[in-house]
Design a protein around this ligand. Structure first.
Ligand code: COA
Length: 307
């Protein structure tokens, strides 16, 4: 058994927060933020549930399927709307999906974790799985802390996985975690995100390169054969440093962070949907997804595009 990706969708709240908005009340500037991160604006608003429902509805519509035929909703999020129930249960009810629902928390790596978990569910018998990533990072970021406020935004993306006979389109994957680094990026219950930016940056480049290399090696694919790298949208300089080491040119990456900031679990599916919507993917293309974040966790998966 294997999987194909049948539909995709994304969602962003309406409210745009620009770098100038931060510069008007914090000791920062548009120039500094763009030069250090590549981010120009981000969106604030909505809830994890509403954003995931909007993205999920688009993915279901595009797949042209009856939502009742979805056996499991797997929602990656670090910012669930409630401690319990899982936000996935709200998504399941709102979209009219059948079967089960669960949240997955692997921070910014969450969507790729959820994708691999969804593929595993198909392997053991699920026909269709809705895999979503959604976060409202503005809720857990201190908007007066210039070191973190400028980085994060809110957003969601989703895909429909469908089980097929044969090897399917997930060609390789790698999931990793090093809990000894969990102090680098964390948020206590009810608190705000704390981060050692410099060290997160360094580790992010390292794990992105290691994980992508492992995944490609397992799939027997050379970096030169990757049509599109869809990285976690944290910082253009992290992506560029990793691409240099991987031997993947920057023009073969999907980047939306200039407009979205870091939307945590929403980031990889947002960038994937953007690339697909803009005609950057054709049948047979090799797509490498990579997430990294708090934990530290990291995750990568290589797919062949097309149903
Ligand atoms: N505007 C202006 N100055 C800022 C600033 C801001 N928004 N944020 C920090 N600074 C200051 C610092 O206070 C520091 O000042 P000092 O030298 O007087 O102490 C100076 O800029 C340099 O800070 P530093 O942390 O060394 O900058 P940096 O080049 O490492 O860039 C980040 C900071 C946060 C942009 C960068 O470390 C980063 O992107 N790290 C990864 C973060 C990330 O992606 N997290 C999520 C992972 S999932």
């Amino acid at each position: 058994m294997g999987i194909v990706l049948r539909g995709w969708g994304s969602a962003l709240p309406e409210k745009i927060v620009t770098n100038a908005d931060f510069a008007s009340r914090l000791d920062t500037s548009d120039e500094w933020i763009v030069a250090r991160t590549g981010i120009r604006e981000r969106r604030f608003g909505g809830s994890t549930g509403t954003l995931a429902v909007e993205a999920g509805q688009r993915a279901i519509d595009q797949a042209g399927i009856d939502p009742a035929t979805i056996d499991v909703v797997v929602l990656a999020t670090t910012t669930p709307d409630q401690v319990m129930p899982a936000t996935a249960s709200y998504v399941q009810e709102q979209l009219g999906c059948g079967g089960g629902a669960m949240d997955v928390n692997a921070a910014c790596s969450g969507f790729v974790y959820a994708l691999v978990a969804g593929a595993g569910l198909c392997e053991v018998g699920a026909e269709r799985v809705l895999v979503a990533g959604a976060d409202v990072m503005s809720r857990i970021t201190d908007q007066d802390d210039r070191g973190t406020a400028i980085l994060f935004g809110d957003g969601a993306g989703a895909v429909v996985l469908e089980r097929v006979e044969g090897p399917g389109k997930l060609l390789g994957w790698d999931l990793g975690s090093d809990g000894s680094l969990r102090h680098l990026l964390s948020c206590d219950a009810g608190g705000y995100t704390q981060m050692n930016g410099k060290e997160v940056f360094r580790q992010a480049v390292r794990v992105m390169v290691d994980s992508c290399s492992k995944t490609l090696a397992r799939a027997g694919i050379a970096p030169a054969d990757v049509t599109l790298l869809v990285p976690h949208q944290a910082n253009t300089r992290i992506v560029s440093a990793a691409c240099d080491r991987l031997g993947i040119p920057m023009d073969r990456t999907a980047l939306v962070l200039e407009r979205t900031g870091n939307t945590s679990a929403g980031s990889v599916p947002l960038a994937l949907a953007d690339a697909a919507d803009n005609g950057r993917l054709a049948d047979g293309d090799i797509v490498l997804l990579c997430g990294f974040g708090a934990g530290m966790t990291w995750a990568s998966a290589v797919l062949q595009w097309g149903a």
